[in-house]
Design a protein around this ligand. Structure first.
Ligand SMILES: NC(=O)c1ccc[n+]([C@@H]2O[C@H](COP(=O)([O-])OP(=O)(O)OC[C@H]3O[C@@H](n4cnc5c(N)ncnc54)[C@H](O)[C@@H]3O)[C@@H](O)[C@H]2O)c1
Length: 405
């Protein structure tokens, strides 16, 4: 314990929970905000400390540490995991390294937060679930970073559905549309290579909407029928380092080995029908995640680009006066809102990472399983694999295995 920690302990400050993060670009910046802010907004039982950040290039990782407020740096994730001041390992790297880092961290006695999709294959995700279960016996927790569950309007939608306000569910309709691949000159970053990303729009955007559909309904998808396409098959090979979403290419080209877009329908366990579209080729759509759920008693609709709002139609009201109404999800009684601003003072994208940090810290302090678990991540991975199998057979209906890891 440092002299500062000792005096803080005496002053009644909560004990420190040391965070070590691997990767420091897009998600690294977002998670840094989450860890920095959570303890200053919510009254947490443990105080997240940004202990150390890891990247492969020493000068870049030092610059990232200064920018985002991390106390120390490492250039090898194994060294990060071995640090005594790190109790939680936060994995913000591409999918090809999730399994190796997560399993090693759990075996080293650390709690783990891993970005989505959990892995690049079902086999990797199964191994991660087995490691998480073994670690759970020793008191370590594992969580996957499906941050959209932590949009207050989404969390509130889950409450309304769980309370039965929509009755028996009939339809789930979700689209997640972006446009950063429309330009054929966009270079061949890791997100366009199967060996690094696992899949394309499917694993990147589709994973989010599969998780949301299963989270909101409380039911697994049991089968899918899918089409996928790679519209631009060759792209300029990247010159220099890339942040993944914005970069410049050189003169030579190489093959794109993942999908640009995936469309699929599915059945939920209850028999409700679901439809999904994930693409990075929808010109004009930036981060357009639209969701609608219809049940026998009503409907809910949500648009991520207006994330403080939830549309609700109560079909039990008289037809003459019923219709969709806009709920502004900023009341202190709404999920996560008790610690933020007065009603109507909107939240944004970055707050989902603050909520994610809060939820994991509270789970660690209470020794309770956090959600979404690695098992939830595995279920999403199985749906992703079933979508790929179905798309390879031109939309043949493909069951999603439900068995345990
Ligand atoms: N939750 C979300 O909304 C969301 C959004 C974007 C990305 N993601 C997920 O986050 C993960 C990272 O994506 P990103 O957009 O931050 O990518 P990025 O390209 O912006 O950053 C990746 C980082 O990982 C580092 N890295 C790669 N391999 C490494 C290794 N072996 N050791 C140490 N560092 C390594 C890179 O240097 C870089 O800092 C992916 O799994 C992605 O699917 C989630």
């Amino acid at each position: 314990m440092t002299p500062r920690e000792a005096s803080e302990k005496e002053a009644g400050a909560p004990p420190v929970l040391g965070i070590g993060m691997v990767g420091y670009a897009f998600m690294g910046a977002a998670h840094s905000q989450g860890w920095r802010t959570a303890g200053h907004v919510f009254d947490l039982p443990l105080r997240p400390a940004l202990a150390a950040i890891c990247g492969r290039d020493a000068s870049s990782v030092e610059a990232a540490a200064r920018k985002h407020g991390w106390a120390a740096t490492e250039t090898d994730w194994r060294a990060l995991i071995a640090r005594d001041d790190v109790q939680v390992v936060d994995i913000c790297t591409p999918g090809d390294s999730h399994a190796e880092i997560a399993i090693a961290a759990l075996e080293a006695g650390k709690h783990v937060l891993c970005e989505k999709p959990l892995a690049n294959s079902v086999a990797e995700a199964e191994a991660m679930v087995r490691a998480a279960e073994a670690a759970r016996e020793r008191g370590q927790l594992a969580m996957v970073g499906f941050n959209y569950r932590r949009v207050p309007a989404i969390a509130y939608a889950r409450t309304l559905i769980a309370e039965g306000r929509l009755g028996t569910l009939r339809h789930v309709r979700v689209t997640y549309l972006q446009d950063w691949l429309v330009d054929p000159a966009f270079p061949l970053t890791w997100r366009l290579k199967r060996e690094h990303a696992g899949s394309g729009a499917l694993g990147d955007l589709g994973a989010h909407i599969i998780d949301l559909a299963q989270f909101l309904t409380g039911e697994p998808l049991v089968g899918v029928s899918a089409l996928a396409e790679t519209f631009v098959k060759e792209r300029p090979i990247l010159s220099g380092a890339s942040a993944g979403l914005s970069a410049t290419g050189g003169g030579e080209t190489g093959p794109v080995t993942v999908d640009d877009a995936a469309l699929f329908t599915g059945r939920l366990a209850s028999g409700a029908l679901a439809s999904f579209e994930a693409t990075r080729m929808a010109a004009g759509r930036k981060n357009a995640l639209h969701l609608e759920i219809n049940g026998e008693l009503g409907s809910l609709a949500f648009d991520l680009e207006r994330l403080n709002e939830l549309s609700f139609h109560d079909h039990t009201e008289p037809a003459v006066s019923s219709g969709f109404r806009r709920i502004l999800v900023t009341e202190s009684a709404h999920p996560y809102l008790e610690a933020w601003w007065p009603p109507g003072h909107a939240l944004g994208y970055e707050h989902t990472f603050v909520h994610q940090a809060r939820d994991l810290v509270e789970a660690v302090a209470a020794g309770k399983d956090p959600a979404p678990s690695f098992a939830d991540g595995l279920q999403v991975q199985r749906v992703l694999a079933a979508v790929e199998d179905s798309a390879a057979k031109n939309a043949v209906y493909t069951p999603v295995p439900q068995q345990h890891a």
